[in-house]
Design a protein around this ligand. Structure first.
Ligand SMILES: N[C@@H](CCC(=O)N[C@@H](CS)C(=O)NCC(=O)O)C(=O)O
Length: 206
């Protein structure tokens, strides 16, 4: 099979599995798990010297970083559909993807870890609350944008939506109150209900 996706579905690999499902790609899923230390094995470090998942091997192109992988897959296999055809919208897709990683991921992960993942005794409720406060600013930006169009680049769902919504997929387990951001809540629900998003979530249960 030409495309291999390395990483378990209950990690940021979920973003790539969602993209592969949207594009209807045939791929081999190599379930490298962070919980077992496999991400630090010599074989995996040869693919990604950072010791992280996801990684893809597409016909010999080894690529890591979830957003870069999705932008690549969308452009390679979804040009004119999930990937915009014009340079301006392409640049906006990069903008939203970088924005998600730099403005949203860290505080959202802090809330997620301290409200859902760390053992109760290790959770820092104040850190989670502070992270949620930090998120109000980028959430305001997102909500204003989604007040003007149904999706980030306009009417149609694109790689920009998938990348940003796949980061915000943590909002529910992180117990982020979305009531002040109704456009975002609605958009997130629409994204999550897409058949490909459901299929990717199903992989987390297997
Ligand atoms: N910025 C990277 C982060 C990748 C990352 O930290 N992945 C985690 C799993 S969600 C991982 O591989 N952790 C295992 C480890 O660091 O050994 C991306 O978006 O792909």
């Amino acid at each position: 099979m030409a495309l291999k996706i390395y990483g378990v579905a209950r990690s940021r690999t979920a973003r790539v599995l969602w993209m592969a499902a949207e594009l209807g790609l045939d791929y081999e899923h190599v379930k490298v798990d962070f919980a077992t230390g496999e991400t630090r094995s010599p074989a995996h470090l040869a693919l990604n010297p950072n010791g992280h998942i996801p990684v893809i091997d597409d016909n010999g192109l080894i690529l890591w970083e979830s957003m870069a992988i999705n932008l690549y897959l969308a452009k390679q296999y979804g040009a004119g559909k999930l990937y915009p055809s014009g340079l301006e919208d392409e640049a906006r897709a990069w903008q939203w993807s970088f924005w998600g990683m730099t403005e949203v991921e860290r505080p959202l992960l802090t809330a997620l870890m301290n409200r859902a993942f760390y053992p109760e005794a290790q959770r820092d409720a104040a850190a989670a609350d502070m992270a949620e406060k930090t998120l109000a600013q980028p959430l305001g930006v997102l909500d204003a944008t989604l007040g003007r169009s149904a999706n980030l680049l306009g009417a149609n769902f694109s790689v920009a939506d998938l990348n940003v919504a796949s980061i915000f997929a943590w909002a529910r387990p992180a117990q982020i109150d979305m009531s002040a951001f109704p456009k975002t809540a609605e958009w997130l629900k629409n994204c999550a209900e897409r058949p490909a998003a459901r299929a990717a979530r199903q992989l987390q249960r297997e």
